[in-house]
Design a binder for this molecule. Structure first.
Ligand code: FAD
Length: 381
Protein backbone atom coordinates (compact mmCIF):
# COMPACT_ATOMS: atom_id res chain seq x y z
CA UNK A 1 0.00 0.00 0.00
CA UNK A 2 1.27 3.50 -0.91
CA UNK A 3 -0.12 6.46 1.01
CA UNK A 4 0.01 10.01 -0.34
CA UNK A 5 -0.96 13.08 1.68
CA UNK A 6 -1.53 16.36 -0.18
CA UNK A 7 -0.84 19.33 2.09
CA UNK A 8 2.27 19.53 4.29
CA UNK A 9 0.65 21.49 7.10
CA UNK A 10 -0.41 20.46 10.59
CA UNK A 11 -3.11 17.97 9.55
CA UNK A 12 -0.98 16.37 6.81
CA UNK A 13 1.98 15.88 9.13
CA UNK A 14 -0.20 14.50 11.93
CA UNK A 15 -1.72 11.90 9.55
CA UNK A 16 1.82 10.72 8.70
CA UNK A 17 2.81 10.57 12.38
CA UNK A 18 -0.24 8.58 13.47
CA UNK A 19 0.12 6.18 10.54
CA UNK A 20 3.70 5.42 11.60
CA UNK A 21 2.69 5.14 15.28
CA UNK A 22 -0.04 2.70 14.26
CA UNK A 23 2.52 0.50 12.50
CA UNK A 24 2.23 1.55 8.87
CA UNK A 25 5.70 0.90 7.40
CA UNK A 26 4.99 1.35 3.68
CA UNK A 27 5.77 4.25 1.33
CA UNK A 28 4.44 7.59 2.54
CA UNK A 29 4.67 10.80 0.49
CA UNK A 30 3.60 14.23 1.72
CA UNK A 31 3.18 16.86 -1.01
CA UNK A 32 3.38 20.53 -0.01
CA UNK A 33 2.81 23.58 -2.18
CA UNK A 34 4.94 25.77 0.10
CA UNK A 35 8.72 25.38 0.11
CA UNK A 36 8.92 25.08 3.93
CA UNK A 37 8.76 21.84 5.89
CA UNK A 38 5.63 21.64 8.09
CA UNK A 39 5.35 24.58 10.49
CA UNK A 40 2.87 25.86 13.02
CA UNK A 41 0.50 28.62 11.89
CA UNK A 42 -0.87 30.12 15.17
CA UNK A 43 2.41 31.98 15.96
CA UNK A 44 2.19 33.82 12.62
CA UNK A 45 -0.29 36.34 14.02
CA UNK A 46 1.42 36.39 17.42
CA UNK A 47 5.12 35.80 18.18
CA UNK A 48 6.44 35.63 14.60
CA UNK A 49 4.61 38.83 13.65
CA UNK A 50 6.02 40.55 16.74
CA UNK A 51 9.50 39.19 15.94
CA UNK A 52 9.89 37.22 19.20
CA UNK A 53 9.97 33.84 17.41
CA UNK A 54 11.66 32.99 14.13
CA UNK A 55 10.67 30.77 11.22
CA UNK A 56 12.98 28.06 12.59
CA UNK A 57 11.23 28.21 16.00
CA UNK A 58 7.85 27.27 14.57
CA UNK A 59 8.82 24.11 12.69
CA UNK A 60 6.62 21.21 13.74
CA UNK A 61 9.51 18.70 13.40
CA UNK A 62 13.22 19.26 12.80
CA UNK A 63 15.09 17.53 9.95
CA UNK A 64 16.17 14.62 12.13
CA UNK A 65 12.65 13.96 13.42
CA UNK A 66 11.28 14.23 9.88
CA UNK A 67 13.93 11.75 8.74
CA UNK A 68 12.90 9.35 11.53
CA UNK A 69 9.34 9.51 10.24
CA UNK A 70 10.45 8.02 6.93
CA UNK A 71 8.36 10.35 4.82
CA UNK A 72 9.15 11.49 1.29
CA UNK A 73 8.47 15.22 1.52
CA UNK A 74 7.76 16.70 -1.89
CA UNK A 75 7.83 20.44 -1.15
CA UNK A 76 7.51 23.55 -3.31
CA UNK A 77 5.20 22.04 -5.90
CA UNK A 78 1.44 22.15 -5.55
CA UNK A 79 -0.92 19.40 -6.55
CA UNK A 80 -2.76 20.58 -9.66
CA UNK A 81 -5.12 17.69 -10.23
CA UNK A 82 -6.38 14.30 -9.13
CA UNK A 83 -7.01 11.35 -11.46
CA UNK A 84 -9.06 8.86 -9.43
CA UNK A 85 -9.11 6.17 -12.16
CA UNK A 86 -5.34 6.00 -12.42
CA UNK A 87 -5.00 6.78 -8.71
CA UNK A 88 -2.58 9.59 -9.35
CA UNK A 89 -2.02 13.06 -7.95
CA UNK A 90 -0.88 15.38 -10.74
CA UNK A 91 1.65 18.00 -9.70
CA UNK A 92 2.02 21.49 -11.15
CA UNK A 93 5.47 20.56 -12.53
CA UNK A 94 4.00 17.67 -14.55
CA UNK A 95 4.95 14.79 -12.23
CA UNK A 96 2.27 12.19 -11.49
CA UNK A 97 2.40 10.60 -8.02
CA UNK A 98 0.78 7.17 -7.63
CA UNK A 99 -1.27 6.31 -4.57
CA UNK A 100 -3.36 3.51 -3.17
CA UNK A 101 -4.73 5.70 -0.41
CA UNK A 102 -4.92 9.48 -0.49
CA UNK A 103 -5.44 12.11 2.19
CA UNK A 104 -6.46 15.64 1.22
CA UNK A 105 -5.08 18.16 3.74
CA UNK A 106 -4.74 21.38 1.73
CA UNK A 107 -6.23 23.80 4.26
CA UNK A 108 -7.71 27.13 3.21
CA UNK A 109 -6.81 30.29 1.31
CA UNK A 110 -7.54 33.78 2.62
CA UNK A 111 -10.38 35.73 1.00
CA UNK A 112 -9.30 38.97 -0.60
CA UNK A 113 -11.08 42.28 -1.10
CA UNK A 114 -11.34 43.26 -4.75
CA UNK A 115 -10.83 46.94 -3.82
CA UNK A 116 -7.36 46.12 -2.47
CA UNK A 117 -6.18 43.60 -5.06
CA UNK A 118 -2.70 44.43 -6.39
CA UNK A 119 -2.36 47.42 -4.04
CA UNK A 120 1.16 47.79 -2.61
CA UNK A 121 1.09 47.51 1.18
CA UNK A 122 -1.99 45.22 1.15
CA UNK A 123 -1.55 41.90 2.94
CA UNK A 124 -3.39 38.85 4.14
CA UNK A 125 -1.99 36.32 6.64
CA UNK A 126 -2.06 32.58 6.12
CA UNK A 127 1.47 31.43 5.31
CA UNK A 128 4.96 32.03 6.65
CA UNK A 129 5.73 33.96 3.46
CA UNK A 130 2.66 36.16 4.10
CA UNK A 131 3.96 36.84 7.61
CA UNK A 132 7.51 37.61 6.49
CA UNK A 133 6.17 39.87 3.72
CA UNK A 134 3.97 41.71 6.22
CA UNK A 135 6.85 42.15 8.66
CA UNK A 136 8.97 43.55 5.84
CA UNK A 137 6.29 46.11 4.93
CA UNK A 138 5.96 47.04 8.60
CA UNK A 139 9.62 48.21 8.76
CA UNK A 140 8.66 51.60 7.42
CA UNK A 141 5.03 51.63 8.56
CA UNK A 142 3.40 53.46 11.43
CA UNK A 143 -0.30 53.44 10.54
CA UNK A 144 -1.89 50.06 9.94
CA UNK A 145 -5.47 49.37 8.88
CA UNK A 146 -6.75 45.91 9.76
CA UNK A 147 -9.92 44.90 7.91
CA UNK A 148 -11.99 42.24 9.71
CA UNK A 149 -12.08 41.72 13.48
CA UNK A 150 -12.24 37.94 13.41
CA UNK A 151 -9.68 35.80 15.23
CA UNK A 152 -6.79 36.71 12.93
CA UNK A 153 -7.65 40.42 12.59
CA UNK A 154 -7.95 40.76 16.39
CA UNK A 155 -4.64 38.96 17.02
CA UNK A 156 -2.83 41.01 14.36
CA UNK A 157 -4.19 44.23 15.89
CA UNK A 158 -3.04 43.16 19.37
CA UNK A 159 0.42 42.21 18.08
CA UNK A 160 0.82 45.53 16.26
CA UNK A 161 -0.34 47.57 19.25
CA UNK A 162 2.27 45.74 21.35
CA UNK A 163 4.83 47.25 18.98
CA UNK A 164 3.32 50.72 19.41
CA UNK A 165 1.89 51.08 15.92
CA UNK A 166 -1.29 53.06 15.24
CA UNK A 167 -3.98 50.50 14.44
CA UNK A 168 -7.42 51.08 12.94
CA UNK A 169 -9.55 47.91 13.07
CA UNK A 170 -12.65 47.81 10.89
CA UNK A 171 -15.43 45.26 11.33
CA UNK A 172 -18.69 44.91 9.43
CA UNK A 173 -20.48 43.27 12.37
CA UNK A 174 -21.45 45.07 15.58
CA UNK A 175 -18.38 43.90 17.55
CA UNK A 176 -15.08 42.01 17.15
CA UNK A 177 -15.48 38.22 17.14
CA UNK A 178 -19.29 38.62 17.11
CA UNK A 179 -19.51 35.99 14.37
CA UNK A 180 -17.71 33.51 16.64
CA UNK A 181 -18.90 34.39 20.17
CA UNK A 182 -21.94 36.67 19.68
CA UNK A 183 -22.39 40.34 20.59
CA UNK A 184 -22.04 40.16 24.40
CA UNK A 185 -18.61 38.55 24.36
CA UNK A 186 -17.78 40.68 21.31
CA UNK A 187 -18.42 43.84 23.36
CA UNK A 188 -15.94 42.68 26.01
CA UNK A 189 -13.31 42.06 23.33
CA UNK A 190 -14.11 45.49 21.82
CA UNK A 191 -13.30 47.03 25.20
CA UNK A 192 -9.86 45.36 25.23
CA UNK A 193 -9.01 46.80 21.84
CA UNK A 194 -10.27 50.28 22.68
CA UNK A 195 -8.48 50.25 26.06
CA UNK A 196 -5.26 49.34 24.26
CA UNK A 197 -5.63 52.29 21.89
CA UNK A 198 -7.02 50.62 18.76
CA UNK A 199 -9.25 52.86 16.65
CA UNK A 200 -12.04 50.26 16.42
CA UNK A 201 -14.84 50.92 13.95
CA UNK A 202 -17.71 48.42 13.89
CA UNK A 203 -20.73 48.19 11.61
CA UNK A 204 -18.77 49.43 8.59
CA UNK A 205 -17.14 47.83 5.59
CA UNK A 206 -14.78 48.88 2.82
CA UNK A 207 -16.30 50.87 -0.07
CA UNK A 208 -13.15 51.77 -2.05
CA UNK A 209 -9.38 52.02 -1.82
CA UNK A 210 -6.83 54.12 -3.72
CA UNK A 211 -3.06 54.23 -3.58
CA UNK A 212 -1.60 57.61 -2.56
CA UNK A 213 2.03 58.82 -2.51
CA UNK A 214 1.97 58.08 1.24
CA UNK A 215 0.24 54.67 1.31
CA UNK A 216 -3.38 53.65 0.85
CA UNK A 217 -6.56 55.65 1.41
CA UNK A 218 -9.52 53.41 2.22
CA UNK A 219 -13.07 54.78 2.11
CA UNK A 220 -15.44 53.01 4.48
CA UNK A 221 -19.14 52.41 3.85
CA UNK A 222 -20.07 55.23 6.26
CA UNK A 223 -18.14 57.66 4.05
CA UNK A 224 -15.19 58.06 6.42
CA UNK A 225 -11.64 57.67 5.14
CA UNK A 226 -8.65 55.91 6.71
CA UNK A 227 -5.07 56.56 5.58
CA UNK A 228 -2.69 53.67 6.19
CA UNK A 229 0.86 52.65 5.33
CA UNK A 230 -0.08 48.98 5.48
CA UNK A 231 -3.46 47.25 5.16
CA UNK A 232 -4.02 43.75 6.53
CA UNK A 233 -7.15 41.87 5.46
CA UNK A 234 -8.59 39.15 7.70
CA UNK A 235 -12.04 38.51 6.27
CA UNK A 236 -12.16 34.72 6.31
CA UNK A 237 -11.00 32.06 3.95
CA UNK A 238 -12.09 29.55 1.35
CA UNK A 239 -11.12 25.86 1.20
CA UNK A 240 -8.14 25.08 -1.05
CA UNK A 241 -9.99 22.72 -3.39
CA UNK A 242 -9.25 24.28 -6.80
CA UNK A 243 -6.95 21.37 -7.68
CA UNK A 244 -9.81 18.90 -7.11
CA UNK A 245 -12.22 20.43 -9.63
CA UNK A 246 -13.34 17.79 -12.14
CA UNK A 247 -11.85 14.92 -10.11
CA UNK A 248 -15.23 13.60 -9.05
CA UNK A 249 -14.60 14.15 -5.34
CA UNK A 250 -17.74 15.74 -3.93
CA UNK A 251 -17.18 19.39 -3.01
CA UNK A 252 -19.34 21.93 -1.22
CA UNK A 253 -17.95 24.29 1.39
CA UNK A 254 -14.78 22.17 1.36
CA UNK A 255 -14.33 18.46 0.69
CA UNK A 256 -17.51 16.71 1.78
CA UNK A 257 -16.81 13.78 4.11
CA UNK A 258 -18.62 11.32 6.35
CA UNK A 259 -18.03 11.22 10.13
CA UNK A 260 -14.72 9.37 9.60
CA UNK A 261 -13.33 11.75 7.00
CA UNK A 262 -14.04 9.50 4.02
CA UNK A 263 -14.82 11.43 0.84
CA UNK A 264 -17.15 10.41 -2.01
CA UNK A 265 -14.20 8.61 -3.71
CA UNK A 266 -12.97 5.24 -2.42
CA UNK A 267 -9.71 5.29 -0.44
CA UNK A 268 -9.65 9.10 -0.35
CA UNK A 269 -9.99 10.97 2.98
CA UNK A 270 -9.90 14.69 3.86
CA UNK A 271 -8.74 16.35 7.09
CA UNK A 272 -8.27 19.72 8.73
CA UNK A 273 -9.46 23.14 7.60
CA UNK A 274 -10.32 21.95 4.07
CA UNK A 275 -12.60 19.12 5.19
CA UNK A 276 -16.34 19.34 5.89
CA UNK A 277 -17.02 16.31 8.12
CA UNK A 278 -20.44 14.99 8.97
CA UNK A 279 -21.21 15.78 12.59
CA UNK A 280 -24.54 15.95 14.44
CA UNK A 281 -26.56 15.72 11.26
CA UNK A 282 -24.73 18.37 9.24
CA UNK A 283 -21.49 18.86 7.38
CA UNK A 284 -19.22 21.51 8.76
CA UNK A 285 -15.68 22.73 8.37
CA UNK A 286 -13.71 23.66 11.48
CA UNK A 287 -10.71 25.96 11.10
CA UNK A 288 -8.98 25.33 14.42
CA UNK A 289 -5.62 23.80 15.37
CA UNK A 290 -6.88 21.09 17.72
CA UNK A 291 -9.45 19.86 15.22
CA UNK A 292 -6.73 19.25 12.60
CA UNK A 293 -4.93 16.86 14.97
CA UNK A 294 -8.12 15.10 16.08
CA UNK A 295 -9.27 14.51 12.50
CA UNK A 296 -5.79 13.42 11.37
CA UNK A 297 -5.75 10.82 14.12
CA UNK A 298 -9.22 9.57 13.20
CA UNK A 299 -8.33 9.25 9.50
CA UNK A 300 -5.02 7.47 10.09
CA UNK A 301 -6.73 5.00 12.44
CA UNK A 302 -9.58 4.44 9.97
CA UNK A 303 -7.04 3.74 7.21
CA UNK A 304 -5.30 1.21 9.47
CA UNK A 305 -8.60 -0.50 10.33
CA UNK A 306 -8.44 0.63 13.97
CA UNK A 307 -11.66 1.46 15.86
CA UNK A 308 -12.76 5.08 16.20
CA UNK A 309 -11.87 6.80 19.49
CA UNK A 310 -14.33 8.61 21.75
CA UNK A 311 -14.86 12.22 20.66
CA UNK A 312 -13.19 14.90 22.81
CA UNK A 313 -14.88 18.26 23.49
CA UNK A 314 -13.73 20.57 20.63
CA UNK A 315 -11.33 23.33 21.70
CA UNK A 316 -9.71 26.45 20.28
CA UNK A 317 -7.91 29.47 21.66
CA UNK A 318 -6.87 32.99 20.74
CA UNK A 319 -4.16 35.15 22.34
CA UNK A 320 -4.66 38.91 22.58
CA UNK A 321 -3.05 41.49 24.88
CA UNK A 322 -1.56 38.89 27.19
CA UNK A 323 -4.89 37.11 27.69
CA UNK A 324 -5.85 33.74 26.26
CA UNK A 325 -9.43 33.23 25.11
CA UNK A 326 -10.28 29.54 25.51
CA UNK A 327 -13.37 28.07 23.88
CA UNK A 328 -14.68 24.54 24.43
CA UNK A 329 -17.66 22.91 22.76
CA UNK A 330 -19.44 22.74 19.45
CA UNK A 331 -21.53 25.91 19.41
CA UNK A 332 -22.42 28.83 17.18
CA UNK A 333 -22.82 32.56 17.78
CA UNK A 334 -26.60 32.02 17.43
CA UNK A 335 -26.68 30.05 20.70
CA UNK A 336 -27.88 31.60 23.96
CA UNK A 337 -24.59 33.20 25.09
CA UNK A 338 -24.43 34.65 28.62
CA UNK A 339 -21.52 36.40 30.28
CA UNK A 340 -21.57 34.87 33.77
CA UNK A 341 -18.54 36.67 35.19
CA UNK A 342 -16.33 39.57 34.14
CA UNK A 343 -14.00 42.06 35.80
CA UNK A 344 -13.53 44.54 32.98
CA UNK A 345 -10.80 42.44 31.39
CA UNK A 346 -11.16 38.75 32.19
CA UNK A 347 -14.46 37.02 31.52
CA UNK A 348 -16.37 33.75 31.56
CA UNK A 349 -19.32 33.00 29.27
CA UNK A 350 -21.57 30.01 28.62
CA UNK A 351 -23.45 28.97 25.50
CA UNK A 352 -26.72 27.06 25.81
CA UNK A 353 -28.24 25.36 22.78
CA UNK A 354 -31.30 23.07 22.78
CA UNK A 355 -31.36 23.05 26.59
CA UNK A 356 -27.78 21.84 27.09
CA UNK A 357 -24.50 23.59 27.81
CA UNK A 358 -23.06 23.63 24.28
CA UNK A 359 -19.95 25.64 25.05
CA UNK A 360 -17.86 27.61 27.51
CA UNK A 361 -15.71 30.59 26.64
CA UNK A 362 -13.29 32.31 28.98
CA UNK A 363 -10.44 34.76 28.96
CA UNK A 364 -7.89 34.72 31.77
CA UNK A 365 -10.07 32.24 33.70
CA UNK A 366 -8.46 28.92 32.83
CA UNK A 367 -9.46 27.16 36.10
CA UNK A 368 -13.14 28.05 35.81
CA UNK A 369 -13.18 27.21 32.11
CA UNK A 370 -11.64 23.79 32.86
CA UNK A 371 -14.27 23.06 35.51
CA UNK A 372 -17.22 24.11 33.32
CA UNK A 373 -15.81 22.26 30.33
CA UNK A 374 -16.48 18.96 32.10
CA UNK A 375 -20.22 19.75 32.03
CA UNK A 376 -20.42 20.56 28.30
CA UNK A 377 -23.20 18.46 26.78
CA UNK A 378 -25.19 18.40 30.05
CA UNK A 379 -28.14 20.52 31.16
CA UNK A 380 -26.79 23.85 32.51
CA UNK A 381 -26.68 24.12 36.33
P1 FAD B 1 -2.78 24.23 6.88
O1 FAD B 1 -2.01 24.38 8.14
O2 FAD B 1 -3.19 25.48 6.16
O3 FAD B 1 -1.97 23.29 5.88
C1 FAD B 1 -2.37 23.09 4.55
C2 FAD B 1 -1.14 23.05 3.67
O4 FAD B 1 -1.52 22.61 2.37
C3 FAD B 1 -0.51 24.42 3.50
O5 FAD B 1 0.87 24.36 3.73
C4 FAD B 1 -0.80 24.76 2.03
O6 FAD B 1 0.20 25.56 1.45
C5 FAD B 1 -0.83 23.37 1.41
N1 FAD B 1 -1.54 23.31 0.14
C6 FAD B 1 -2.65 23.99 -0.24
N2 FAD B 1 -3.01 23.65 -1.49
C7 FAD B 1 -2.10 22.74 -1.91
C8 FAD B 1 -1.94 22.00 -3.12
N3 FAD B 1 -2.79 22.13 -4.15
N4 FAD B 1 -0.89 21.15 -3.21
C9 FAD B 1 -0.03 21.00 -2.16
N5 FAD B 1 -0.13 21.66 -1.02
C10 FAD B 1 -1.17 22.52 -0.88
N6 FAD B 1 -6.14 27.89 15.49
C11 FAD B 1 -6.36 27.88 16.82
O7 FAD B 1 -7.06 26.98 17.32
N7 FAD B 1 -5.82 28.84 17.65
C12 FAD B 1 -5.07 29.87 17.15
O8 FAD B 1 -4.61 30.72 17.92
C13 FAD B 1 -4.85 29.93 15.75
N8 FAD B 1 -4.13 30.95 15.20
C14 FAD B 1 -3.96 31.00 13.86
C15 FAD B 1 -3.25 32.08 13.31
C16 FAD B 1 -3.07 32.18 11.94
C17 FAD B 1 -2.32 33.34 11.36
C18 FAD B 1 -3.60 31.18 11.09
C19 FAD B 1 -3.43 31.28 9.58
C20 FAD B 1 -4.30 30.10 11.61
C21 FAD B 1 -4.48 30.00 13.00
N9 FAD B 1 -5.19 28.93 13.57
C22 FAD B 1 -5.40 28.90 14.92
C23 FAD B 1 -5.78 27.87 12.72
C24 FAD B 1 -4.84 26.67 12.59
O9 FAD B 1 -3.54 27.08 12.32
C25 FAD B 1 -5.38 25.79 11.45
O10 FAD B 1 -6.62 25.27 11.88
C26 FAD B 1 -4.44 24.64 11.11
O11 FAD B 1 -3.23 25.13 10.59
C27 FAD B 1 -5.12 23.74 10.05
O12 FAD B 1 -4.21 22.78 9.60
P2 FAD B 1 -4.36 22.19 8.12
O13 FAD B 1 -3.22 21.23 7.99
O14 FAD B 1 -5.73 21.76 7.87
O15 FAD B 1 -4.12 23.43 7.15
Amino acid sequence: MTVVVVGAGLAGLRVAEVLRDAGYAGPLTVIGGESYPPYDRPPLSKEVLRGTRSAADIRLRDDEALGDLGVRLRLGTAAAGLDPERRQVLLADGEAVDFDRLVIATGVEPRSLSALRGMPGAHSLRTLDDCLGLRHSLHSARRVLVIGAGLIGCEVSASLRAEGRAVCLVEQQSAPLAAVFGDKVGELVARWHRDEGVDLRCGVGVAAAVGTPFGTRVTLTDGSEVEADVVVTGIGSTPATGWLQGSGVELGDGVLCDERGRTSLPDVWAVGDVAAWQSQGRRRRVEHWTNAGVQARAVARDMMGLPAEAAAVPYFWSDQYGLRIQAYGDFSADGDISVVEEDGRRFLATVVEDGVLAGVVGAGMAGKVARLRRTVGQAPR
